[in-house]
Design a protein around this ligand. Structure first.
Ligand code: 3PG
Ligand code: MG
Length: 410
């Protein structure tokens, strides 16, 4: 894969696809880790005399402009961090974008408005996506892919633009793939994976991919309820997503292949997630019908910590509970502490998980690597070919190791 050191960027316009999809709340940006993560690439390009056009998505707007998803606050924060003005073009492509880019001088930065305000960005139709990619590519001379968090998405700005311009990978994509490479191939064992979080339907298939690789998979957060339901337990009002037959199949496969799938044995439940809700600990097999699971319980936290203390390699994706509310943050804190205290090679994957550990006061250097990609890092570890990395390969070689490496057949 070519890097930006291989590109002659001085005096050229460089389109950088970053992943600036930061968590936001009523007070604006909750965690700017993803913005910080693209600074090395942007600073290097600017110092070398490039004119930089940054693009990203934010949230999941439906292919039309949505004021709630404007990149305006992100442009402000990027400008503070770079110490240079960052103008936000009112549009992603078209006359407003063209005008903003035309006024750009070497050392200058323009941010295009949210890519997902355009249906072409995520379209499944190659022609529609290609037309949007043409418009994007016409704004620059060179393309740099540095949005590691989106390399698993076959989107116009991630894949199709790379085919239209001389391209290279940015430093973040390089650093991420180098760290995750250590979790493929010859892994130092025991290798334990901790999974939680809320995008359960997205992530459930990953469990299947990891069954042939990890020695143990510890399951908490929103994902626990899918497995509890698959085991025949009631989960009350808890988040329940994903195909229960698939989850049941994974439990059976795990048992057959000696990969222990450990589902959190107790949970903290409350009538709902509103501020007044008081938590109460119950066994996972006895969640009352009128209660919602909002964190793993203390027994689960101790069990997970004890298992993690034996690991040589740990990958963690997804908070164990609703960590934004302090009384449902203890499970996430316990797992973060177990990783921080461990001598293992520890990787945290995902913007939400990274934000969670920072919110709880853990510095990034408490872990071997903090990945900006959640879905992307999981799919990388499964051994899938990631379209955004394949597009950046100069010679077209697919990336990732085949998922059948160790093998736990279906
Ligand atoms: C993320 O936050 O995981 C990335 O920015 C990708 O976002 P997406 O899941 O909406 O494609
Ligand atoms: Mg995500």
């Amino acid at each position: 894969m070519k890097t930006i050191d291989d590109l002659e960027v001085s005096g050229r316009r460089v389109l950088v696809r970053a992943d600036l999809n930061v968590p936001t709340g009523s007070n604006g940006i909750r965690d700017d880790g993803k913005i910080r993560a693209c600074l090395p690439t942007l600073n290097a390009l600017l110092e070398r005399g490039a004119a930089v056009v940054v693009c990203s998505h934010l949230g999941r707007p439906a292919g039309v402009p949505d004021p709630a998803c404007t990149l305006a606050p992100v442009a402000v924060r990027l400008s503070e961090l770079l110490g240079r003005p960052v103008a936000l073009a009112a549009d992603t492509v078209g006359p407003a974008a063209r005008a903003a880019v035309n006024g750009l001088r070497p050392g200058g930065v323009v941010m295009l408005e949210n890519l997902r305000f355009n249906a072409g960005e995520t379209s499944k139709d190659d022609g529609v996506r290609g037309a949007f990619a043409d418009a994007l590519a016409s704004l620059a001379d060179l393309y740099v892919g540095d949005g590691f968090g989106v390399v698993h998405r076959r989107h116009a700005s991630v894949c199709d633009v790379a085919a239209r311009l001389p391209h290279a990978a940015g430093y973040l994509v390089q650093a991420e793939t180098a760290a995750l490479e250590r979790l493929t191939g010859d892994i130092e064992r025991p290798y334990i994976v901790v999974l939680g979080g809320a995008k359960v339907a997205d992530k459930l298939p990953v469990v299947g991919g990891l069954l042939g690789r990890a020695d143990q998979i510890l399951i908490g957060g929103g994902m626990a309820f899918t497995f509890l339901a698959a085991q025949g337990h009631g989960v009350g009002l808890s988040l329940l997503e994903g195909d229960l037959d698939v989850a049941r199949g994974y439990l059976e496969r795990g048992a057959r292949c000696g990969v222990t799938l450990v589902v959190a044995p107790d949970v903290v439940v409350a009538p709902g997630r509103d501020a007044a809700a008081q938590g109460e600990v119950v066994p996972s097999a006895a969640i009352p019908a009128d209660r919602m699971g909002l964190d793993i319980g203390p027994q689960s936290a101790r069990l997970f910590a004890a298992k993690l203390a034996t690991a040589k390699t740990i990958f963690w994706n997804g908070p164990m509970g609703v960590f934004e509310m302090p009384r449902f943050a203890e499970g996430t804190r316990a797992v973060a502490q177990a990783l921080a205290s461990s001598g293992a090679f520890t990787v945290i994957g995902g913007g939400d998980t990274a934000a969670a550990v920072r919110t709880l006061g853990f510095p990034d250097d408490a872990f071997s690597h903090v990945s900006t990609g959640g879905g992307a890092s999981l799919e990388y570890l499964e051994g899938k070919t990631l379209p955004g990395l394949a597009a950046l390969q100069a010679d077209g070689t697919p990336t990732g190791t085949p998922a059948t490496a160790a093998g736990c057949p279906a």
